[in-house]
Design a protein around this ligand. Structure first.
Ligand SMILES: *Cc1c(COP(=O)(O)O)cnc(C)c1O
Length: 464
């Protein structure tokens, strides 16, 4: 399996190279040259399989021998033992033909664990084979940092440095990062804001000389392996509800368009998906595009669903590439134009997008109302991101005779403020295995907002 860039200029890479590459050298994102295909009979035969066995079926053709098959299978089986629910991603029923797929039973209680637990292990295996070591550097405003740290805590060949704005992440979020005490894990609290952290990461990727030859690797959501890992649960959920003989509708709380693009990939691989619903908060670039064929940046807004607070959905470029029949030159031009202002696409291509996706933007007030309504109806407590998904599912679903599955992306205990605003009388309790979080020892370096200071700290702490 080869991977090609959405902008058509960068060389094609194999899986191992794509895993390490992140962004393509022409500024594009990597996608597989073709999508593996599964027949309805084959998909039907997965009914009743455990999560990790479905994952092996779905992931193997993408890896395509870049990691030895027995090793890959062992990695996948080990990965999903870190989830606290035996079904890994269990389905919960809200109403007839209405379901929630709980993706938050991993170590950090959000869906990013599904991909980052696997990514850390895959990277470590590939690096061991190549006798190489890398440094992961990232900035976080909360969720992604802890999922990346948990994904890498046992990696022999990776040192990871996560920057967060000092005293500007919630205590749960900070402790989820700083209580991981493994020798390769480094938390840096920068005396600045999130943008300062992100700028330092960007500057460090641009000039890596401070690391004396160790390459920097990014684990943000443009990494293809993250999308690949997320394709699995679309298949897993569908076969439990009668797929592929029944068509499924999915509603996906969306920020960078990574999770929902995985749903599109599942459809391309043969899963009958009738509708994919894009659910956004007030940061609604995708909903505005779907409503009027105009892709336009606006100001960033802070909402009760902070993990979806984005200005631009970076993975949407992969969808635009598909809508343009994989014309890399057209996408390079479109993204260039987008730097200078709003863009539109040809009406036939836009019609295709409207065929595939529905969309809804949900504000904070409605988010709270949905949390309260679902709690009253079924005593089920949604987190604010998942609530946006459920609201969009209810308003946008085409058919009430077909199942609609909302992806529940975070555990409500991660967002106590939003849940209380919705009228819940207390902070939702953390799961049992995390109830000692506030007693655990923390380790974190507090550094000034100074690139040199951060880089010196990193150079001094990487393992030889
Ligand atoms: C990251 C995140 C999302 C958005 O996922 P994308 O892949 O960026 O669309 C939604 N909910 C939660 C809780 C998240 O952490």
């Amino acid at each position: 399996m080869k991977y090609i860039s959405t902008r058509g200029q960068a060389p094609a890479l194999n899986f191992e190279e794509v895993l390490l590459a992140g962004l393509a050298s022409d500024g594009g994102l990597y996608v597989p040259e073709t999508y593996p295909q599964f027949s309805p009979e084959e998909i039907a035969s997965w009914a009743g399989l455990p999560y990790s066995e479905v994952a092996i079926k779905v992931i193997s053709p993408f890896v395509d021998g870049a990691i030895e098959q027995a090793t890959l299978e062992a990695i996948i089986r080990d990965t999903y033992t870190t989830f606290r629910h035996p079904a890994v991603t269990p389905l919960v029923q809200l109403d007839s033909n209405e379901w929630v797929l709980e993706l938050f039973h991993g170590p950090t209680l959000a869906f990013k664990d599904v991909a980052l637990q696997l990514l850390g292990r895959l990277l470590d295996a590939v690096l061991a084979k190549r006798h190489e070591r890398v440094v992961i550097m990232g900035a976080t405003s909360g969720d992604t940092g802890s999922a990346a740290i948990e994904g890498c805590r046992r990696c022999e060949n990776i040192d990871i440095f996560i920057l967060h704005p000092h005293q500007r992440v919630s205590e749960v979020q900070r402790r989820q990062m700083t209580t991981v005490l493994a020798p390769n894990i480094h938390n840096i609290a920068v005396q600045g804001n999130f943008d300062d952290c992100q700028q330092m990461v960007k500057d460090s990727f641009a000039d890596q000389s401070f690391l004396q030859g160790k390459p920097l690797v990014a684990v943000n959501s443009i990494n293809w392996a993250r999308i690949m890992a997320q394709v699995v649960y679309y298949f897993y959920a569908a076969v439990q509800l009668g797929g592929p003989h029944r068509t499924m509708q999915f509603s996906v709380p969306t920020g960078n368009f990574g999770d929902i693009f995985a749903g599109y990939v599942a459809k391309r691989m043969g899963l009958p998906v009738g509708q994919l619903i894009i659910a956004t908060n007030r940061n609604d670039i995708l909903h505005r595009f779907m409503s009027g064929n105009k892709l336009e940046k606006t100001e960033l807004m802070h909402t009760l669903s902070p993990s979806m607070d984005i200005m631009i959905s970076s993975n949407f470029e992969r969808m635009l590439f598909e809508l343009h029949d994989r014309d890399g030159a057209a996408i390079a031009q479109l993204m260039e134009d987008f730097k200078n202002g709003p863009v539109s696409i040809e009406s036939a291509r836009f019609a295709k997008a409207r065929d595939l996706f529905a969309s809804l933007a949900v504000d904070d007030e409605q988010t709270c109302q949905t949390i309260a309504a679902v709690l009253a109806e079924s005593e089920y407590l949604l987190d604010p991101h998942s609530a946006i998904g459920v609201e969009a599912a209810r308003r946008c679903r085409k058919s009430k005779d077909l199942p609609v599955i909302t992806l529940a992306t975070a555990h409500p205990a991660k967002f106590p403020d939003a849940v209380r605003k919705a009228g819940y009388p207390q902070d939702p309790p953390l799961p049992l295995h995390m109830q000692d979080l506030f007693q655990r020892e923390e380790r974190c370096a507090v550094l000034p907002k100074d690139l040199k200071a951060v880089q010196q700290f990193m150079a001094a702490h990487i393992r030889p």
